[in-house]
Design a binder for this molecule. Structure first.
Ligand SMILES: [Zn+2]
Length: 511
């Protein structure tokens, strides 16, 4: 989960160079430039000059906003004509900043990347489709620029897809974290075109449940299809005076620009008249290698998983390795261990909050160097506690009963996810299927020595859970430690059979 390597300014002209974009950003994010301020007017004039210098004819869309905070806004809009336009690709970012921050990452990086992308596109020659570049204003005070564009600008009807660029921190990879509805086709093309894609459908599902908004909310609600990108590490810089060009991770800028250039080129050559298709489930498996399949498969796979679970239990009972009573015990031990973890970290958070000062809390939560150590400590504590707990209460439980019991929980979770959080169904389903295979082997071999096999079959679960846990940590901070560590612990439940003590008279015990 890394941003790509930065590209220096002396590279070939058809490539995106964060080195070149950074030079523009140093001008844009020199000082805070909230809507209506003198600095804002200077940034506006600079962008107009830059766009004209690139051979484009930018126009300013003015709109009066009924809000004391905003007043008048000025979108900067320009269009690069294609040779055989179907519908336009629109690239969007906002050029206003919050009042107390130069806004280098939010959203100067998006704007600077746009200038560098236009330059590279010009160098590469025309595309089939038109490309519209929309630099919105008044995003920070209420998405006003995006609203004005959608309501009043004629070009809003020409847009086939929109790619929006944002930031919620100043470091790390740029995630494709939000899509419009019916994203199937978009996702397939996105995976084909982006050189270093980072995207998880569970994040999109979770984002939908949160109150956060960007310009894409407006575009989406007005019926446009599109993708939204943001980097979110270094949350301590978000909307703070330290969000300066010097503090910005150039790799994040490079990642933004890489998406912007590769996707404009890709979508610039496709027919964009019909871009809606059934939602897909998608996730990074190894590095930038992504997997995706239609969301409807999630439901069928879940049914297959549930039937496989039942078959496994029947197999276990017929070979006298699993009992209903023992499995129920395993199920409750798993459940209790998760509740213990949740309770423990709720308590720890309460203690931190009552003993640390606000400043100390901020450092613990937001300084990445400190919080990552706290997180690692938390994980060690979690594994130690659940390990000891399971070992202690599972003395009289046969390993296969423990295994079947915990997989009952995973089966129930898979059903829940497929129904209510389909974008996250892959997270429980593939680990369930893999561990069920392992359990069937174990039942067949009738050997208590083979409990380490559970670790092997837990690999898909650990592989899929690790990035999501890391993302929850990055995006939600350790304020949500109780929920986060419960998710971590859930991943580790797959290896509970390892913690089962081997009882010498196990065969006589059916519990
Ligand atoms: Zn922003």
């Amino acid at each position: 989960m890394q941003a790509p390597r930065i590209v220096q300014s002396d590279t070939s002209l058809d490539l995106f160079s964060s080195g070149r974009a950074m030079k523009k950003l140093e001008v844009i994010a020199k000082e805070p430039h909230p809507v209506g301020s003198q600095a804002h007017h200077e940034v506006r004039d600079y962008l107009i000059l830059e766009l004209e210098g690139l051979g484009l004819k930018p126009e300013i869309q003015k709109a009066v906003v009924e809000s004391s905070l905003t007043g008048e806004i000025e979108n900067i809009i320009t269009r690069m004509p294609g040779t055989a336009n179907s519908k336009a690709v629109m690239i969007a970012a906002h050029y206003d900043s919050e009042t107390n921050t130069p806004g280098a990452a939010d959203d100067g990086a998006g704007i600077a990347a746009m200038l560098e992308t236009i330059r590279a596109l010009k160098a590469a020659g025309p595309l089939k489709n038109d490309v519209i570049f929309l630099m919105t204003d008044g995003e920070e005070t209420g998405l006003y620029g995006a609203k004005a564009f959608m309501e009043d600008h004629a070009w809003a009807h020409d847009v086939g897809i929109v790619l929006n660029f944002e930031a919620r921190g100043n470091k790390g990879p740029s995630f494709m974290f939000e899509t419009s509805d019916q994203n199937g086709w978009l996702i397939k093309e996105f995976i084909k075109a982006a050189p270093d894609p980072v995207a998880y459908s569970i994040i999109y599902n979770l984002y939908k449940l949160m109150p956060n908004d960007t310009d894409l909310t407006v575009f989406r609600e007005e019926g446009l299809s599109g993708l939204n990108f943001a980097f979110g590490m270094g949350l301590n810089a978000y909307h703070q005076p330290i969000d300066t060009p010097e503090n910005l991770d150039m790799a994040s800028l490079q990642h933004h620009g890489e998406y912007m250039l590769s996707l404009s080129k890709h979508f610039g050559q496709l027919d964009l008249k019909q871009v809606k298709q059934e939602d897909r489930i998608y996730f990074n498996l190894f590095g930038s290698h992504m997997v995706s399949y239609p969301q409807s498969w999630g439901m069928w796979l879940m049914i297959a998983g549930a039937l496989f679970f039942i078959a496994t239990v029947v197999h276990g009972i017929s070979r006298r390795r699993v009992t209903v009573k023992g499995m129920t015990g395993g199920f409750f031990i798993t459940l209790i261990s998760l509740i213990v973890v949740f309770g423990l970290f709720t308590l720890i958070w309460a203690v931190w909050r009552s003993t640390l000062s606000n400043e100390q809390l901020k450092v613990m939560l937001l300084d990445p160097k400190v919080s990552i150590l706290v997180l690692l400590g938390y994980i060690v504590v979690t594994v130690a506690i659940i390990g000891l707990l399971v070992r202690w209460i599972s003395k009289k439980i046969r390993m296969e009963n423990m295994w079947a019991g915990l997989l009952l929980l995973w089966t129930l979770l898979s059903i829940f996810m497929a129904l209510y959080l389909p974008g996250g169904s892959y997270l429980t389903l593939w680990p369930l299927l893999s561990s069920l295979i392992g359990l069937n082997f174990s039942i067949r071999m009738r050997s208590d020595e083979r409990k380490w096999g559970s670790v092997f079959f837990a690999m898909p679960g650990l592989l899929l859970f690790a990035p999501i846990c890391y993302l929850i940590y990055v995006l939600m901070t350790l304020q949500l430690a109780a929920a986060l560590l419960s998710v971590v612990a859930l991943g580790f439940t797959l290896i509970y059979p390892v913690f089962c003590a081997r009882s010498s008279h196990q065969h006589s015990i059916t519990k």
